[in-house]
Design a protein around this ligand. Structure first.
Ligand SMILES: [Zn+2]
Length: 132
C-alpha cells in the first residue's frame, strides 16, 4: 500500500512557509558579506534579502487575519480543540481530516472541497447517489 504523506494543518503550513522566507532572506543577506568590499553588491544583497523577510511579515499578518475566521472545534479523533480553516482541514494534533459540511462527512477526503464549485459538485453527486 502506498503511504501518503499527510499534509499539516493549513495555518501551520502557511506559518512554515513564512518562517522559511525569513531564513531565505537571512541566507541572501549573509551571502552579501562575501562582497562587503563592494558596497553596491553588498547593498544589493541586503535589499534582495530584505524582500522575503518583508513578505513573511505580510504573510504573518495575513495569517493573523484569517485565523480570526477559523472555527474552533473539538476533534472527534483525539478530542483536543483544533482550528478549521475553510470547509475541510486537518486536525492540528492528530492530522485527522475534518469537515464542517454535513454532506461531506464520511466521504473520501479531498482538499478539493475547499474550492466552492468543486465542493458543490461533490455534494450534488453525493445527494444524487443517496437518492438512487
Ligand atoms: Zn485530532
Amino acid at each position: 500500500m502506498k503511504k501518503r504523506r499527510k499534509p499539516g494543518n493549513k495555518i501551520q503550513r502557511i506559518r512554515g512557509y513564512a518562517l522559511a522566507l525569513i531564513f531565505i532572506g537571512m541566507i541572501i543577506m549573509y551571502l552579501g558579506v562575501f562582497f562587503r568590499e563592494y558596497p553596491v553588491i553588498f547593498g544589493a544583497f541586503l535589499i534582495i534579502g530584505l524582500l522575503p523577510i518583508l513578505l513573511s511579515f505580510v504573510i504573518y499578518f495575513w495569517v493573523g487575519m484569517i485565523s480570526a475566521r477559523t472555527i474552533t472545534v473539538q476533534c472527534p479523533n483525539c478530542e483536543k480543540q483544533t482550528k478549521i480553516l475553510g470547509h475541510v482541514d486537518f486536525c492540528q494534533h492528530c492530522k485527522e481530516p475534518l469537515t464542517v459540511d454535513r454532506e461531506l462527512q464520511g466521504e473520501d477526503f479531498s482538499l478539493d472541497y475547499n474550492v466552492k464549485h468543486r465542493r458543490e459538485k461533490a455534494i450534488e453527486e453525493i445527494r444524487k447517489q443517496s437518492d438512487e
